[in-house]
Design a protein around this ligand. Structure first.
Ligand code: ADP
Ligand code: MG
Length: 282
């Protein structure tokens, strides 16, 4: 039996560093010992090492994307009770979590409903699932992102700030309707919507239905133009349920709670039908 040729382990480590193959650097010793012991063909050893490097690379990438996504902690699909929001199809949500189709087209997802109905939870859970499936996501409270974009605008860097957001396949704008009515603030929001239109997706949560978005944008024509772009390719879930927390607290006390009377008018017609809006716009 011939003895395996000696190699310079230290030099191999350096070379693997140079090639940026940390998993192989970490594992080759154990794998090579096992291969020698079990008589693996050389090609099998090489393939096993390459597979581990790739798996480790994917894991690190997902970890980076999770850190950059700034998702609220602990909001997952597993902990989301779909039966509490019967108008939201679990199958449809699960299909959207694969990301194919809608994220490639820059389509949007809009979640409406009263406070406590699970909009933020569902948005975060979808974001998390998308990251796990290899997509890049940024979760932001709308008002925080608007502040950041305004700073960028003051520094004459709005365009590059918007371009930097392009790396995210999905931008979650939580509490869209909470933005204050200020010309400068809402115009960066409008520019963001225009910049991403048909290119990059957004997931928007809002307490107020479209019909009340006049209070977000100071100019009704701008409201209409923004809503038009957002809904052009959009899936809309109207989560008209009573606050989940209040409901579960009630259920603990006295059985199932009653559904809330909150309703959101239907989509774009709501804006179009709004007299003052239409008059100003026409
Ligand atoms: P919203 O953003 O619509 O105001 P949240 O997503 O913040 O509501 O929900 C309020 C709380 O109730 C959160 O702690 C959330 O995790 C929980 N919650 C709401 N809906 C559900 C649900 N369907 N299943 C599990 N937890 C829920
Ligand atoms: Mg919320």
């Amino acid at each position: 039996m011939s003895t395996p040729p000696m190699i310079d382990a230290q030099r191999l480590s350096l070379m693997l560093n140079e090639l940026r193959l940390p998993a192989i650097k970490h594992m080759w010793g154990d794998f090579a010992a096992r291969a020698d012991k079990e008589g693996w063909p050389a090609a099998r050893l090489l393939a096993a090492l390459a597979e581990h490097e790739i798996a480790e690379r994917d894991r690190r990438r997902t970890e980076r994307h999770l850190a950059e996504a700034k998702l609220p902690a602990g909001k997952t699909l597993d902990t989301f009770a779909f039966d509490a929001v019967p108008m939201v199809s679990k199958a449809q949500v699960m299909a959207m979590c694969a990301g194919d189709g809608w994220l490639e087209q820059g389509a949007n997802l809009i979640l409406f409903g009263p406070p406590g109905g699970g909009k933020t939870h569902l948005a975060a859970a979808i974001g998390l699932a998308l990251v796990e499936n290899g997509w890049r996501v940024l979760f932001a409270r709308t008002s925080d992102l608007v502040q950041r974009l305004q700073v960028a605008r003051r520094e004459l860097a709005l365009e590059s700030a918007l371009t930097r957001l392009d790396k995210y396949h999905l931008l979650v704008l939580d509490d869209f309707a909470y933005v204050s009515r200020d010309q400068a603030e809402t115009s960066v929001l409008f520019e963001l919507i225009s910049a991403r239109y048909e290119r990059r997706s957004m997931l928007i949560t809002a307490n107020q239905p479209f019909g009340e978005w006049n209070s977000i944008f100071p100019d009704p024509a701008m409201t209409l133009a923004a809503v038009d772009r957002l809904v052009h390719h959009a899936t809309i879930f109207e989560m008209n349920v009573e606050s989940y927390r209040r409901r579960t607290a009630q259920a603990r006390r006295s059985g199932p709670g009653r559904p809330a009377s909150f309703t959101t008018p239907k989509v774009l017609e709501a804006v179009r039908d709004n007299q003052s809006l239409t008059q100003k716009f026409m």
